[in-house]
Ligand binder design. Structure first.
Ligand code: BGC
Length: 346
């Protein structure tokens, strides 16, 4: 049985106490989540010899999380994961302007998304439920959004994240978590040798602003083909314009089934399997890490030191009627579940 405890992690300038909730499995493996941004701060799991290591990037103290340079380490992302072109969309004939935080683009919910909010935490379903009410008009999004994200971690080392949301006005929503993974351990170097498999025949190519062009393109014959295991770094420097735009992989995959991806680290023997109810997966190869941030262990995070696999609806769906819909209406409940399973191989 998982044990659950909470301790103070730090204080905001206004005196609000940020809590760290830790879910510990029988083996000692443990996941910690902060009430700041419903953020996964640490994930301790065994390697093939049974030695526990922290496999997610993060900071030792609250100051790192409050720093505007924090690139969403472990954050819950909302109301809209990834990009909305021009920070604008039209719903039921009405145009909405979302706060733009990347040139003209709204990325990860705007200037102050769910990653920069205080969530309230309570025990639920054998884990911890984080709740946040986003007022009507916050960051430009219509409707009061009642949101909860429930984290559980069991003795099989399954980290399950359940997202729920309801609204009082038609709106758009796509929630995800932005954990950065390095299965050898955070701060140990690049993930170029990690083997990745993604269950997708297609991906959505991007323009120079990293916004989907609208095309849905087969991965076959491209560096985006991860239908069989490939080292993440093997094709990173291929002369491919898409890799040029993203400075590496920064693309949405169109998932072909519930098992989204498997990552294997030959060094540690750790394996991560991701299952999801979502139609898309953003594969980001840590391209914008530049050595300026120091992580939990005090080491610098440089380009390619971690990867993210964010389960989501496709970027810019509010402007793409042919992509799966992200519209949520009063009376309906948004639901999304992603399970991360940590195992080992010989
Ligand atoms: C985006 C990247 C971005 C990263 C950190 C990813 O979801 O696709 O372009 O740099 O998040 O914000």
């Amino acid at each position: 049985m998982t044990s659950i405890d909470s301790t103070p992690f730090g204080e905001l300038p206004d005196g609000t106490v940020i809590e760290k909730w830790t879910l510990t499995a029988a083996s000692g493996a443990a996941v910690s989540i902060l009430t700041w941004g419903a953020t996964i701060q640490s994930v301790l799991v065994p390697d093939r010899d049974g030695t526990l290591g922290n496999v997610t990037l993060g900071f030792a103290g609250l100051a790192g999380y409050l720093d505007p340079a924090n690139p969403y380490f472990g954050s819950t992302i909302g109301r809209y994961g990834n990009r909305i072109a021009g920070g604008t969309f039209t719903l039921d004939g009405q145009t909405h302007k979302i706060s733009q935080n990347e040139g003209q683009t709204a990325l990860h919910g705007g200037v102050r998304g769910f990653d920069k909010r205080v969530w309230s935490a309570a025990r639920a379903d054998g884990g911890v439920r984080m709740s946040y009410t986003s007022p009507d008009g916050e960051e430009g999004f219509p409707g009061t959004l009642e949101t909860s994200v429930t984290f559980t971690f069991d003795d099989e080392h399954r980290l399950r994240i359940d997202y729920r949301a309801t609204t009082d006005r038609a709106t758009v929503v796509s929630l995800t978590n932005h954990a950065y993974w390095n299965l050898t351990g955070e701060g140990t170097g690049t993930i170029n040798d990690h083997l990745l498999r993604i269950n997708a025949e297609h991906y959505t190519p991007i323009d120079e602003d990293l916004i989907p062009t609208g095309a849905v393109t087969p991965v076959a014959g491209t560096p985006f083909d991860f239908r069989d295991f490939h080292p993440i770094g093997a094709r990173l420097r291929d002369a491919d314009q898409q890799l040029g735009y993203g400075l590496g992989y920064d693309h949405n995959y169109v998932l072909a089934g519930r098992e989204a991806a498997v990552v294997r680290d030959p060094r540690s023997g750790r394996q991560l399997t991701i299952e999801t109810t979502e139609p898309g997966l953003q594969f980001y190869s840590g391209n914008f890490l530049d050595g300026k941030l120091r992580g939990v262990s005090g080491r610098q995070y440089r380009q390619g030191d971690a990867f993210a696999l964010e389960t989501q609806h496709f970027p810019d769906s509010p402007n793409r009627p042919d992509f799966p819909s992200t519209v949520l209406r009063p009376g309906d409940t948004y639901g999304s579940t992603t399970i991360h399973t940590f195992t080992t191989f010989a």
